[in-house]
Design a protein around this ligand. Structure first.
Ligand code: 5CA
Length: 163
């Protein structure tokens, strides 16, 4: 039998409905804190997992949300170019205060304040992708276009490349 969603996951489900999407939040006993765990739980490839990474502008102190494919690492120098200032990975307390969620369950929507978002172009390769839904056990399947629409994310190339 389906268990009711926890309050954080419920919040994301409600926000999806309010935004006009019919994506379903799935909360399971399986931990989906990391991209690999989420891929295992969803039965999809690592690249189809949306990593929600929060960075902080070194000059402005503002948060920046980078939604990247689970298979990629963010090139912080490139990302700083898009942000217009050097950026650094935000610490867990900062992440929680600006998003309202803990690392491992940060959703792309329903954040506690508006945050400029950037979208890894590699996510657009997939028919569907999976994002965190507020807890380290909750995810939902969506399309890359919907992710762009709901976050107003700017599509960019940010991955670390070996060449
Ligand atoms: N639920 C999964 C899949 S949707 C998830 O949220 N993955 S994630 O990639 O968006 O969140 C985990 C990421 O948080 C890790 O890849 C790591 O880059 C980042 N992270 C983990 N610990 C810290 C930390 N102490 N400070 C900043 N970032 C961290």
């Amino acid at each position: 039998m389906d268990k009711p969603l926890s309050p954080s996951a419920q919040k994301i489900q409600k926000e999806l409905i309010a935004l006009g999407f019919d994506f379903i939040v799935i909360e399971s006993d399986a931990v989906t804190r990391t991209a690999q765990e989420a891929a295992d739980a969803a039965g999809c490839s690592l690249g189809q997992i949306v990593k929600s990474l929060v960075f902080k502008g070194s000059v402005s102190g503002r948060p920046i949300l980078v939604l990247t494919s689970g298979k990629n690492r963010v090139n912080e120098k490139l990302m700083g170019g898009y942000a217009g200032e050097p950026i650094a990975r935000a610490n867990p307390d900062f992440v929680r205060s600006v998003t309202g969620f803990a690392i491992g369950g940060i959703p792309p929507i329903a954040l506690s304040q508006p945050i400029d978002a950037y979208l890894d172009e590699d996510l657009l390769e997939y028919p569907t992708i999976w994002a965190a839904a507020g807890t380290p056990n909750a995810i939902f399947e969506l399309t890359p276009l919907a992710l762009q629409a709901m976050t107003h994310g700017q599509v960019i190339k940010v991955k670390v490349t070996s060449s």
